[in-house]
Design a protein around this ligand. Structure first.
Ligand code: C2E
Ligand code: MG
Ligand code: MG
Ligand code: MG
Length: 284
């Protein structure tokens, strides 16, 4: 069973405690990226069956700001998006996540959030390909999450998504159900997974037809993996499992954890000489 780490509770409490001005944060960001003030937490992704096996984690960035303490992404990702610093920041995240993952058992997966801006950089897919090769990571273990509300238009972004998929990397639509073009996006963008937004995970199940159920049906019809985010109660977990969700994240299972705490939940990496380990995770 997954245990919430006390260290992560500490981080979560610190988050949002300060309200540094956006322009000031923007000025501090280049140094943050250069001097490794950023760090990653890893929130377990678990199966919704009785075993609640850990399939892998979502990497979530934090900023250990020298004056303002630990900042959550909502405090600096929007600034990074506006200033273009999201591109070097995103590459820092990709490298840090894949470098860390190189130590995990070979059947463990990772999800990494990317920005629409990343997809407009012509060398984004080649950068991902180089990192996968550098760290010896099978592309199918990596899911890149794009927020559904971000504009992914035919053209450059679409080409980038197809290149990434050509590498064997998986794509997920994050915060699914909150955007305003859900259905047409699914038609146009080649994704493998939808992540039900936590507002729908947590919605009261009082209506006979709910968004969570609709997304599950849609995912099944299109052969997409459906993952629920923001699961906080056993009732939510039961209901989502009944609706057909096979994997989920949420405080019920674990908070975003420091890398070592997350890794303590994984089986030991197999000895290289013995090849793959049969005992643990499966692909989502
Ligand atoms: P997201 O990708 O949808 O990530 C899920 C967010 O929900 C995380 O917030 C996570 O800590 C939080 N969460 C997880 N379980 C629960 C739960 O049971 N209840 C509640 N109330 N919340 C839960 P976080 O870490 O603050 O990240 C916020 C957003 O910032 C992310 O939303 C993602 O869109 C963005 N983000 C995070 N890391 C990165 C990154 O490396 N790059 C980019 N471009 N965006 C990132
Ligand atoms: Mg995400
Ligand atoms: Mg998101
Ligand atoms: Mg989300």
């Amino acid at each position: 069973k997954v245990i919430p780490g006390t260290a992560s509770l500490h981080y979560e409490h610190e988050m949002g405690a300060t309200s540094a001005g956006h322009s000031e944060l923007g000025a501090d960001l280049p140094a943050a990226i250069r001097d490794d003030q950023l760090f990653l937490l890893f929130q377990p992704i678990v199966t919704l069956d009785k075993d609640r096996r850990v399939l892998g984690a979502e990497a979530l960035v934090r900023w250990a700001h020298p004056e303002h303490g630990t900042l959550a992404p909502d405090a600096f990702i929007p600034v990074a998006e506006r200033t273009g610093l999201i591109v070097p920041l995103g590459r820092w995240v990709l490298r840090a996540a894949l470098r860390r993952m190189a130590q995990w058992p070979a059947d463990t997966v990772i999800s990494i959030n990317i920005s629409a801006r990343d997809l407009r950089e012509p060398d984004f897919a080649p950068y991902v390909a180089d990192l996968l090769a550098e760290y010896g990571i099978a592309p199918g273990r990596v899911t890149l999450e794009v927020t559904e509300s971000m504009p992914v238009e035919p053209g450059e972004s679409d080409a980038a998504l197809r290149s990434l998929r050509g590498l064997g990397v998986k794509l997920a639509l994050d915060d699914f159900g909150t955007g305003n073009s859900t259905l047409s996006l699914l038609h146009d963008v080649p994704v493998d997974e939808v992540k039900l937004d936590r507002s729908f995970t947590q919605a009261a199940p009082d209506d006979r037809i709910t968004v969570a159920a609709g997304v599950a049906h849609l995912a099944q019809a299109l052969s997409l993996h459906a993952v629920a985010e923001g699961v906080e109660t056993e009732e939510q977990a039961d209901r989502l499992r009944e609706l057909g969700y096979r994997a989920a994240q949420g405080y019920l299972f674990a908070r975003p954890l420091p890398a070592a705490d997350f890794e303590a939940l994984l089986p030991p990496a197999p000895m290289p000489a013995h090849g793959g380990s049969p005992h643990h995770s499966r692909r989502l």
